[in-house]
Design a protein around this ligand. Structure first.
Ligand code: SAM
Length: 241
C-alpha cells in the first residue's frame, strides 16, 4: 500500500490536497484512480487509511477515512554525523531513517571537506525512506553546527556513543551492554579523514561520552553509521522484543 507523509492534521472525513510532487507520483507514476486507497501519516496522529477523492490537473485530493495505526515513535536516538560527500551523506540519511534514528544532526569538524549541506534534499530523502520503511514519523535533519558548538549545547541526560576508529576503544557491544535502558542517546560518526587528535581528546573527556570500536577495520562513514545504528538498536533499541 502506498504511504504518504503529509503536513495536514488527520481526522475522519478530512479532505486533503496533496502537494504537486505527491499528486504527480500518485496519478502519473503509480497511475492510481479515484477510490484507490493510500495510507497517510503526519508524525502526530498515527497512520490513517484514506481514499483518493479527486484527480485534478494540478493536485490529487484524498479523504482520510479511519485510523490504521496509533502514533508511536522509536527510541530517542540521534545520529550525529560529520559532513561527508553528498552521495554518501544521502545514503547515511536514508539508512538512518530505516534504522530508526529520530534526528540526523550534521556536524562540522576539523577534517570535514564541507561546511554546508543540502538540508532540504536530505529531508526529502528522509521522508521517502520513512514512507517506505513504515515508520510513523520522519527523522528531522538538523542544520550543520561546529563540533564545539554541539558540545556546548549538549542536552543534559543524553548519552553519546563516540565511534572512535583510534582502535583502543571498547568493542561497541561491550560498551553498550553495561548501559541502562530507556536513556536518550546519540551516535557520533566522524568524517572521511576521521577525528583530529585534539577532537578525540575533547570527546573522550566528555562525562556523557562512551568511546566504542566498530572492529579492527576502518569503515567508511556510511558503513560505520549503519553498523553503529544497527548494533545500538539490537542492544538498547527496538530490535529487541
Ligand atoms: N580515520 C580514518 C582514516 O583516516 O582513514 C577514517 C575515518 S572513518 C572513514 C569515518 C568515521 O567512521 C570515523 O571517524 C569513526 O567515527 C567511524 N569509524 C570507522 N571505522 C571505525 C572503527 N573501526 N571503529 C570505530 N569507529 C569507526
Amino acid at each position: 500500500m502506498i504511504r504518504l507523509f503529509i503536513p495536514h492534521d488527520l481526522a475522519p472525513g478530512a479532505e486533503l490536497a496533496l502537494d504537486p510532487g505527491q499528486s504527480r507520483y500518485l496519478a502519473a507514476v503509480m497511475r492510481q484512480a479515484v477510490g484507490d486507497e493510500v495510507l497517510l501519516f503526519n508524525g502526530r496522529d498515527g497512520e490513517w487509511r484514506a481514499k483518493i477523492s479527486a484527480i485534478g490537473k494540478r493536485a490529487v485530493a484524498v479523504r482520510a477515512e479511519a485510523p490504521a495505526r496509533p502514533q508511536a515513535t522509536g527510541p530517542d536516538l540521534d545520529l550525529v554525523v560529520a559532513l561527508v560527500k553528498r552521495g554518501r551523506m544521502e545514503t547515511i540519511v536514508e539508512k538512518a531513517a530505516e534504522l530508526g534514528a529520530r534526528r540526523v544532526r550534521l556536524v562540522v569538524t576539523e577534517r570535514t571537506n564541507a561546511d554546508r549541506a543540502r538540508v532540504e534534499r536530505l529531508s526529502a530523502i528522509a521522508t521517502e525512506a520513512a514512507e517506505q520503511t513504515g515508520r510513523l514519523d520522519v527523522p528531522q535533519i538538523v542544520e550543520p553546527v561546529k563540533l564545539e558548538q554541539m558540545i556546548a549545547g549538549w542536552e543534559a541526560g543524553r548519552r553519546l556513543l563516540f565511534c572512535d576508529e583510534a582502535g583502543d576503544a571498547e568493542p561497541i557491544l561491550q560498551a553498550l551492554s553495561s548501559q541502562a535502558d530507556g536513556e536518550p542517546w546519540a551516535i557520533l560518526i566522524g568524517p572521511e579523514g576521521g577525528f583530529s587528535p585534539r577532537e578525540r581528546a575533547l570527546l573522550r573527556a566528555l562525562p556523557y561520552a562512551t568511546p566504542a570500536s566498530l572492529g579492527p577495520r576502518i569503515l567508511r562513514a556510511d558503513t560505520a553509521a549503519i553498523s553503529a545504528l544497527s548494533l545500538w538498536q539490537a542492544a538498547l533499541g527496538d530490535w529487541r522484543p
